[in-house]
Design a protein around this ligand. Sequence first.
Ligand code: GUN
Length: 291
Amino acid sequence: MNKLIDGKAIAATIHEEVRQEIKRIGGRGPSLAFLLVGDNPASESYVRAKKRACALTGITSILRTFPSSLKEMDLLAEIERLACDPSVDGVLVQLPLPPYIDETRIMCALDPEKDVDGFHPLNMGKLMRGIEGGFIPCTPLGIRELLLRSNIEISGKHALIIGRSNIVGKPLAALLMQKREGGNATVTVAHSHSQNLSSIARSADLLIAAVGKKGFVTAEMVKKGAVVIDVGIHHSSEGICGDVDFAGVAPLASHITPVPGGVGPMTIAMLLKNTLLSYKRRVMIHPDEKT
Ligand code: GUN
């Protein structure tokens, strides 16, 4: 059995599924607008990768770039314009935003029906309540998809999520405890104030590291046979690495995601799926929906 979960290969399969479905549906095809503020090199590179994936699957993408001196009201005006444009199915504001722009105000200004990132409070609320028909944030959705497509049992397992961000930790907790396939886990969310983290971590069947600290999860924190999912991305002189000390942890884990090539490509694959979903809701009478 191969313990390495190949996110790149799974994402490639999903890209192909999305491409085929877009071809089958026909019509104008889905379109996604990216709003990029400032000159954060990591954000620029993520948006480039997302745009490339759109182009390869038949999604039209629009990029609006703004200087870091952009006024919040001008960003709000652009979001309003895109909300009113019937040819746009998805709007993505790349985060982080410059500190003087109020992220919450921006997220609230998005049209929830075009919020393919799932960050609008209405979509976050739908996820919390288990209501279908919203959008689920791409990284948590990608993690669930990785687990499902790798035939990893989630139901009844103890899932520990390290990190409580709005982008990953909080929505992933809601997703893994949902009463449905890919859910029913016993979820713990740990963070920088958690005490006895190592002992909590050693009781986890499924450990998801989304802390943003390079090599934070070490072998002492992992139970033998646990499934380890690494959400971190850190650029260093030795290349890209994650929140997990891969060399130390891999021998203990039953399954583990690499960095790069694990969760990252799945985030992009889920963005394509969410954009397709938005398009289907817009152009089809009965989209056969399963998020
Ligand atoms: N910054 C880091 N991850 C994400 C993401 O999934 N979506 C957006 N919009 N910004 C991000």
